[in-house]
Design a protein around this ligand. Structure first.
Ligand SMILES: [Zn+2]
Length: 155
């Protein structure tokens, strides 16, 4: 549970100290082949679970119903914790940020700052990051879907 609470509170623009902390907590940088394996493993899970009650095909504020459940952070997609990842998005087919069929491209926003979280009950994998507004940060979550994964070269 402690891990969930910590993830909720971490800012999306961490200070240097917090970045160091983050890289220690998430030792594993998830590369594309591993991400694809995690996505395919998730797609193969058929058991009903509380994490699938709210559709998470598109980026969604993490539902309150899920905040009580625990996700286990299994890795990060942040390449270099000292380098500010791009805010460029990847939409070659005209999708938008919140389209359910928007590509998941690890070198583009917001996937490039996500952690990979696994539901401890059913082992489905999700991407999560903190979206920063003027006076708030909001934990957003999206299901990791193999059909949408694209290993597009970065900008
Ligand atoms: Zn689950």
């Amino acid at each position: 549970m402690a891990g969930c609470v910590k993830a909720m509170k971490s800012p999306s623009h961490p200070t240097i100290d917090e970045r160091t902390d983050m890289s220690l907590n998430n030792q594993l940088t998830v590369d594309f082949p591993l991400l694809m394996r995690q996505a395919q493993a998730s797609a193969a899970v058929t058991q009903a679970c509380s994490c699938t009650i709210t559709p998470l095909q598109a980026w969604t504020a993490q539902p309150l119903t899920l905040e009580l459940d625990c996700f286990e952070e299994v890795g990060t997609l942040l390449d270099d914790p000292y380098d500010e990842p791009t805010f460029a998005e990847y939409h070659p087919a005209g999708t938008r940020y919140d389209s359910p069929d928007a590509p998941i491209a690890p070198r583009f926003y917001p996937t490039n700052r996500c952690s990979v979280a696994r539901c401890t009950k059913c082992s489905r994998h999700y991407l999560r990051y903190n979206e920063a507004g003027g006076y708030f940060t909001e934990l957003r979550i999206r299901a990791l879907q193999p059909d949408l994964l694209v290993d597009a070269p970065g900008v």
